[in-house]
Design a binder for this molecule. Sequence first.
Ligand code: HEM
Length: 402
Amino acid sequence: MKLAQKHTKIALGYFLLIALLGVFLRMFAVFEIPVNYKFLVHTHSHIALMGWVYTALTTLIYQLFLKDNIPLKKYKILFWAMQCTLVGMLFTFPFIGYKLFSILFSTLFLLTSYTFVYFFFKYTSAQQKVMQSYLLIRNALIYMVFSSLGPLSLGIIMNTAGKGSALYRNSIYFYLHFQYNGWFIVALIGLFFYFLETFSLALPSTIFKKFHYLFNIGVVLTFFHSLLWMKDASITLNSIAILGSILQLVAFVLLLKHVIYNTNEIKKGSSKLAYFTLKTIGILFFVKLAMQLVGAFPIFSKLATSNIDLVIGYLHWVFLGVVSISIFFFLQHFKLLKMSRKVFLTYLFGFFTTEFLLFYRGALVFLPLKYLGNFNIYLVLVSGILLGAIAVIFIKQFLKKT
Ligand code: HEM
């Protein structure tokens, strides 16, 4: 078995685990459960970002950029060191939350991620270094390192401004923003460019330059979105967030035009399911960018930042929708994952129904909608469908094809 296939299974194992934890967290609203909710949210979010998404993305990057050049032993040592830090987090966060040992494992994880970045720069060839996909993935990895300034500054902030300060919360948001809007999304766009390059469909270089600048300036400016929760947030912060969101939408349209122009080539080289998945990702990503723009306006930013359902709905739209479905797409395209149409549709059904329920409950605050009795039970049930789909995807990787 290919190394990357084995690592894909490990990543999927984390996905299954966080889905289990996610459903368990939703059960707290239905049953009395004598477990620390906050500690479980920490476990869920850390293993989601670092276990599932990080392992899957670095596996794809290894498979496409590193596998022919990096000494296998070195890569294996790094991979297993990183896994040890994840297992460490898994056995500390649920029991102690943010304390010495869980912080220690998270910090060790950061060190392994810096080593991965070093390997990426060291073991990619001169030929690879001029590819558009390389430039995007390089930027994504820089965002990853940059995002870590957030957690690294927490110790100092805790001892100066304090845990209840705006600075403390903002440095967590700094980390989260540059993780998912920087590292994850830009890496996925880089993988999409790699996909286009395999069809010899790289962007004309002037358009690529425009796209690259617009999107990356957008990544930096949309960080101001994360500051809009503050009561004294000024209109300037809103304006910067609006500008960043518009730049990203313009960049998206540039890329979309190129893709539409070359639809036939892409269609010819993809299976029906892959093409359908690609269209789904395009729609999900467009909706994410549109929500980002709308949420940057003062009336909506006030509404959204104080509404937990809208925040969790938006975050999971990005994580379970844009990010996880894109990862499925690339893993499948590069032959690291098998997934049937049926299970993918089940996943989509679970995803859209949970999102519908979260946004519906969020909208109750400002729209005259009817409150659904047993709402929390429905939410557990539809999250269970999502969990079932993820479990089937995971198990199927171990079955021999008949
Ligand atoms: C079946 C799948 C999932 C379910 C049912 C689920 C459910 C939940 C729940 C109930 C919370 C706690 C909300 C709260 O009380 O603050 C949560 C938080 C979170 N989830 Fe998920 N989740 C799922 C998948 C994912 C995935 C795939 C990711 C990322 C890749 C993710 C990332 C997060 C993050 C970062 C938080 C913390 C948000 C915050 O602290 O504001 N989740 N999730």
